[in-house]
Design a protein around this ligand. Sequence first.
Ligand code: ATP
Ligand code: MG
Length: 278
Amino acid sequence: MTAASLEVRGVSVGYGPVRALNSVSVDVPEGAVVAVLGGNGAGKTTLLRAVSRTLRFHGGTIGSGTVSFAGRRLDGLTPAQVVAAGVVQVPEGRQVFARMTVADNLRAGALGAAGGRRAAAEAQARVHELFPVLAQRAHQRAGLLSGGEQQMLAMGRALMARPKLLLLDEPSLGLAPLMADRIAETVREINAQGTSVLLVEQNAAIALRLASSAVVLEVGEVVLAGDADELAASDEVRRRYLGITDDPGHPGAPEGAGAEGVSEGAPHPAAPLRRWSA
Ligand SMILES: Nc1ncnc2c1ncn2[C@@H]1O[C@H](COP(=O)(O)OP(=O)(O)OP(=O)(O)O)[C@@H](O)[C@H]1O
Ligand SMILES: [Mg+2]
């Protein structure tokens, strides 16, 4: 295990009688971007909540399994302790404090983080460098920002805690393609500066472009896991998550894309993907 890797092992989660995750395992090696794909209700957000220890705010509990970061168990910690350990979640739907200014939203992100005032000032400079618009609009209410700018603010707020691992929940949701691309570019930059990312996305094309590996969740279970390239080439992922239907006889079909991927129920001689049955 590398110094700051996340290890989720056999985690099951329920909301009362509703089973939302069933023995899910996923790794985020230090420095990696790992994507979590899956349709509505698959359990993607629940997985992030299990890591950030925020499940109980939503009526959820971990039934079994372990979550470790940098060799330290996170299960058992409070959400604030998870942040202090370097793991910070950007929630689905941004959840910026709409009536507070952009600057105050960023300040809120530094609360409880290690390092004090000087560290917060450094973090703010980094956030402003990444998202100049947040400096320009520092004194405006966050609720007046566009959707894309609010996503930048939500990410900026998380970065104020100087995370080693960022948990990103559908950052591109509801954004115009150009803005979604900009956000994706920033995720790449954040990662290049040394922050690992666990990226939940319904936009599989974006996710698989950014990530080195990915897992696919279906009804609370990991049904596929592998390198992002391999997943992007698999029939099942192309059909279900990339909206691509290959006509094998089509002259324009990319070479090898139709025949070599994994398809459900079919034998797959060159199967590059592991099916996890934890
Ligand atoms: N607070 C909650 N109380 C009860 N059930 C919940 C709660 N949150 C989620 N669930 C249920 O848990 C399952 C997984 O939901 P989750 O939100 O993790 O899925 P998701 O993959 O993030 O979906 P989406 O793409 O819609 O965001 C679903 O069946 C959902 O209805
Ligand atoms: Mg979700």
